[in-house]
Design a protein around this ligand. Structure first.
Ligand SMILES: *[C@@H]1O[C@H](CO)[C@@H](O)[C@H](O)[C@H]1NC(C)=O
Ligand SMILES: *[C@@H]1O[C@H](CO)[C@@H](O)[C@H](O)[C@H]1NC(C)=O
Ligand SMILES: *[C@@H]1O[C@H](CO)[C@@H](O)[C@H](O)[C@H]1NC(C)=O
Length: 477
């Protein structure tokens, strides 16, 4: 039996534990997307999360190897359902049951994954989808909720719908409203969320506002004061994030849910591939954002309650993403594709700087470049083909490799393709225009990548063997 003193200590500790995470304090999490040509092993990524004390992660699909790696880590997880799957759940509650059993329940339990939310669709109301998914969301949600109830999971797993900020609009935050064609769906959605104690999840991208609109005042996108504040009645907004957030608060208020908790599902700044996307800007934006929310600064319409959680977009660069939105799309990571920090960043989670991924199984240190004799006409063709498969977005205007010259361009494209093909020597032939080199062709900030194998420890052993061979060869020479 506990003595009264011990009991007292326990109660005190319990109270302290509760105070430890005061209500209204934002937690920082990350989005972990896997559209990469050089995927790290899930266990390497999970170690990266742990080393950086990142407590929450959002994934876009229920990938088995990802969810398995997250088991037993205590990291809280949002599991996404892709838009393309929504129609399946509208027509069949059996499909919803099956998805839940196969993709969620299977990972729960003692020592399992700490799945807290299921994201039903990803930005399904995005304007550019032309309403394609719009009417599937509520029926899919209702079926999935039934599945949660049947599985006895409705108590601790909540359904949410990450919306892009283009779901609402207004010139002044206080006038915020959902797009007219969404009003009815949004009314149903927020009522559903509210009845389950779930938050509204929104993705906010000041970078895109700046990228899409030449008149957008540059400093308004960041957090360091502005020469272009927005005055809205008695409220003054000095950054796009607060303005956008309060526009959502106003839109929710119009539907009668002005107090609904808000989670930022995606926010970040890309570091390459387009004008305005660079390391300096990405660091200033992300650090500014983290300081802004960690210091518990609310917004004019919600002075005391900043967002519940913020999920940075993104953890890693994803070189296999579509570049339809722009070349920056493959460069949102706070880490490059191989888990190396791009710049110092204090996530406010205990470490002062980011810690790099460990034991990354790189391919050998060799690159493919343009050979000295290259017929320009023929090369252009090969380059185009290489870049249609591999990633060449750093060559774009504003990108880190834009100024490496014509020959540099060719070499960059050849190498990107060669690494994508796991350094298969045939992939560096290009009709005799390419050649393999052991000297790093990187220039200045322009980094010529070395691929990462997906074969895990086995290949890192062969890499070490290979390096020894190279050293031995040098010694003999
Ligand atoms: C589980 O999720 C994956 C990834 O989204 C999907 O491909 C698969 O069909 C899902 N399983 C079921 C039974 O729905
Ligand atoms: C980086 O981007 C910001 C805007 O996002 C721009 O103001 C700045 O000039 C850029 N820096 C470089 C070195 O290109
Ligand atoms: C290299 O390629 C980029 C992207 O296509 C282009 O903007 C740049 O002008 C090229 N450089 C040369 C010297 O051709």
């Amino acid at each position: 039996m506990l003595g009264p003193r011990l009991l007292g200590v326990c109660i005190l500790m319990w109270m302290l534990a509760w105070r430890w995470v005061p209500m209204g304090e934002s937690a920082i999490g990350v989005n972990w997307g896997t559209l990469s040509f050089h995927k790290l092993k899930p266990s390497t990524v999970v170690d990266l999360l742990k080393d950086n004390k990142i407590p929450k992660v959002k994934v876009f699909e229920a990938e088995a190897h990802v969810l398995k790696a997250l088991m037993g880590t205590g990291i809280q997880v949002i599991v996404g359902i892709p838009n393309q799957m929504l129609s399946l759940f509208t027509s069949s509650s059996a499909a919803a049951d099956l998805w839940l059993r196969h993709n969620v329940s299977a990972y729960l339990g003692k020592g399992g994954a700490d799945i807290r939310y299921i994201a039903v669709g990803n930005e399904p109301f995005l304007t550019s989808y032309n309403g394609q998914y719009q009417n599937l969301v509520m029926p899919a949600i209702l079926n999935l909720q039934q599945s949660l109830v049947k599985a006895n999971l409705a108590g601790f797993i909540k359904l949410v719908v990450p919306c892009n900020a283009d779901a609402y609009e207004s010139s002044l935050p206080s006038q915020g409203a959902f797009r007219p064609e969404l009003t009815q769906i949004m009314a149903q959605l927020v009522q559903f969320l509210n009845s389950n104690g779930a938050p509204f999840v929104v993705n906010i991208y000041p970078f895109l506002s700046l990228y899409d609109n030449a008149d957008f005042p540059q400093d308004y996108a960041f957090f360091e004061g502005t020469t272009h504040p927005v005055t809205d009645g008695n409220n003054v907004y000095t950054n796009a994030f607060d303005g956008n957030y309060d526009t959502l608060v106003a839109a929710l208020s119009k539907l009668g849910y002005g107090q609904m908790p808000i989670v930022i599902g995606e926010i970040g700044w890309p570091s390459d591939g387009a004008i305005g996307a660079n390391i300096t800007a990405a660091k200033i934006f992300n650090q500014g954002l983290i300081n802004h929310v960690v210091n518990n600064k609310g917004t004019p319409l919600r002075p005391d309650s900043p967002p519940v959680d913020i999920y940075l977009f993104s953890l890693l660069d994803e070189g296999a993403k579509t570049i339809l939105p722009g070349g920056f799309e493959r460069h949102w990571g706070i880490f490059s594709f191989d888990g190396q920090a791009k710049y110092p960043l204090n996530l406010g989670l205990g470490n002062k700087e980011l810690k790099n991924a460990k034991n990354v199984p790189y391919l050998p240190s060799r690159w493919c470049v343009a050979s000295p004799s290259s017929d320009a006409q023929n090369v252009a063709n090969h380059m185009r083909i290489a870049c249609s498969v591999a990633d060449c977005t750093t060559l774009n205007y504003g990108g880190s490799c834009n100024e490496i010259g014509e020959k540099g361009n060719i070499s960059y494209a050849f190498n990107s393709y060669y690494q994508l093909q796991m350094q298969d020597s045939r992939s560096c032939s290009f009709d005799g225009l390419g050649m393999i080199t052991f000297r790093d062709p990187s220039v200045g900030d322009c980094r010529f990548l070395i691929g990462v194998t997906d074969k895990g420890s086995e290949s890192s052993a062969s890499q070490i063997r290979y390096q020894w061979l190279v050293i031995l060869a040098f010694l003999i020479i």
